[in-house]
Design a binder for this molecule. Structure first.
Ligand code: KIV
Ligand code: ZN
Length: 519
């Protein structure tokens, strides 16, 4: 018998962005979408077009420029949402509108304050409206796993009649356990007329840590589409980790017997990219993409792996794109060694770019004995950030003093507009605060720091620190990033990068927008 094909809808750019503290720019979303294209996901949920003009633009750009995957926008069961979803995705090669509406009594009676029949009518009419635009329509009954089964079956049947081509069973609050999912999917298949003519999807949240197990139970019971996010990011405890579901299906082909179109070797690069852009660290012991996922510490395990990797590895690191580490990079390494390693990490560089990166690499190698893959990723990020970010001011020099008896003081030298060199100093309640205050004095702005995240890129005392800062000014949030072996310097770079973004946004606000937002 032929294998069943399982489709993957990645919602990192929509549900993933609903993680507390995450805000991605349109360019960052586009970069992730390009990587999801390389990973060959079937459907990219690019955003929620009606939620903000920024999201509308981000979905539109992805729809216009990303070929291969279907591009989807979420829409509430409101006419305006459906219309805006269509406007944003209409230029895509393959496009989908995803309409959702609550179905559980808890939501219908207490949140929507409507009755079941009224909600049923809204679901049907909004699926019909979406279908008027687009042949590919997904409908999600929100909080499906806490919905009275008979009502859920009827709702699914009605939206299928109205034209839905995918119905998505959402465990919105992460309440279900795997046996619930097995039963629910089987019951839906047995009780909903027309279900075999559409895709049956699952969308699991991780409140009880069961989202991946629930998704797998659903596939075993007959679902043929799975939704999830890279690194399991998302609302509250997150969505199902899409990379974990993919590798479970891949590794246990003996059990699941499914076909997938995914390029599994892109999982690790995608995980790294999402972690870098969102500033959300991947825990070291995270399955599939964690730092320790393929490291063997105990002597017995090392002995086994040296003799035969299958003794203690259920999948090979290469299968998920974790690069091999046979070559140690350091200050004696040459351009060719650097280029080879960068290529294995998915970077292809022109000669001039390679020369530029090589210079930064040598600077770093003077400060660190060994340069790891993570260091290289950060180096590349910094190069890219400097090349792509709006730069009104650049940081030339930072100096600070601090200690338990001293008043933290910092001096910064910035190069500003027209190459003017400006130096100023300030105190603060810590060295980072002093550096930020000194930058504010030079630029003449005032921002409020709302989030400050420092990640050590590798272990060891000489590790690079990667800093993400979010600052608030006039009610808007700007994100900045910076990396250095010195975390105070990295913080100064991150702060200035956020300030430069704020200055660029202020400049744009002076120019009337050229009709890019919907009516
Ligand atoms: O969790 C949820 O219910 C959702 C829907 C919009 C599918 O994200
Ligand atoms: Zn969700």
């Amino acid at each position: 018998m032929a294998n069943k094909k399982v489709l993957f809808l990645d919602t990192t750019l929509r549900d993933g962005e609903q993680s507390a503290g995450i805000g991605m720019t349109g360019d960052e979303k586009f970069e992730i979408a390009k990587q999801l294209q390389r990973m060959k996901v079937d459907i990219i949920e690019a955003g929620f077009a009606a939620s903000s003009p920024g999201d509308f633009e981000a979905v539109t750009k992805i729809a216009k420029e990303i070929e291969g995957p279907t591009i989807c926008s979420l829409a509430r069961a409101h006419p305006n949402d459906v219309d805006q979803a269509w406007q944003a995705i209409q230029h895509a090669e393959k496009r989908r509108i995803h309409v959702f509406l609550s179905s559980s009594d808890i939501h219908v009676l207490h949140q929507l304050r409507k009755d079941r029949e009224e909600v049923m009518g809204m679901a049907v009419s909004m699926v019909e409206r979406a279908k008027g635009y687009c042949s590919d329509v997904e409908f999600s009954p929100m909080d499906a796993t806490r919905t009275v089964p008979e009502y859920l079956y009827r709702m699914l049947e009605e939206v299928i009649k109205a034209g839905a081509t995918t119905v998505n069973i959402a465990d919105t609050v992460g309440y279900a356990i795997p046996s619930d999912f097995t039963r629910l999917i089987k019951d839906i298949k047995a009780n909903v007329r027309g279900i075999d003519n559409v895709n049956l999807s699952v969308h699991c949240h991780n409140d009880l840590g069961l989202s991946v197990s629930n998704s797998l139970a659903a596939v075993e019971a007959g679902a043929n589409q799975v939704e999830g996010c890279i690194n399991g990011i998302g609302e509250r405890a997150g969505n199902a980790s899409i990379e974990e579901i993919i590798m479970a299906l891949d590794t246990r082909q003996d059990l699941f017997r499914v076909d997938m179109g995914i390029d599994t070797t892109q999982l690790y690069p995608t995980s790294r990219l999402v972690s870098r852009i969102t500033g959300m660290a991947v825990q070291a012991n995270k399955a599939v993409v964690g730092e320790n996922a393929f490291r063997h510490a105990s002597g017995i395990h090392q002995d086994g792996v040296l003799k035969d990797r299958s003794t203690y590895e259920v999948m090979q690191p290469e299968r998920v794109g974790v690069p091999g580490n046979s070559l140690v990079l350091g200050k004696l390494s040459g351009r060719a060694g650097l280029q080879a390693r960068l290529e294995s990490l998915g970077y292809t560089l022109e000669r001039d770019d390679l020369n530029k990166v090589f210079e930064s690499f040598k600077d770093l190698a003077d400060k660190k004995r060994e340069i790891s893959d993570r260091d290289l990723e950060i180096l590349m990020d910094e190069e890219k950030r400097e090349a792509s970010e709006p730069i009104t001011y650049s940081l030339e020099h930072v100096q600070f003093t601090s200690g338990d008896h001293d008043i933290p003081t910092a001096t910064v030298r910035l190069i500003g507009p027209d190459q003017t060199v400006i130096t100023d100093a300030s105190t603060g309640n810590g060295p980072v605060d002093a550096v930020c205050n000194a930058i504010e004095r030079v630029v003449g702005c005032q921002c409020r720091l709302v989030d400050f995240n420092v990640q050590s890129v590798t272990e060891g005392i000489d590790s690079m620190g990667s800093v993400t800062m979010r600052v608030e000014s006039s009610g808007k949030i700007y994100t900045g990033r910076g990396a250095d072996t010195d975390i105070i310097v990295a913080s100064g770079k991150a702060y200035l990068s956020a300030v430069n973004r704020m200055l660029a946004a202020d400049e744009d606000a002076d120019i009337p927008a050229a009709g890019t937002t919907p009516d």
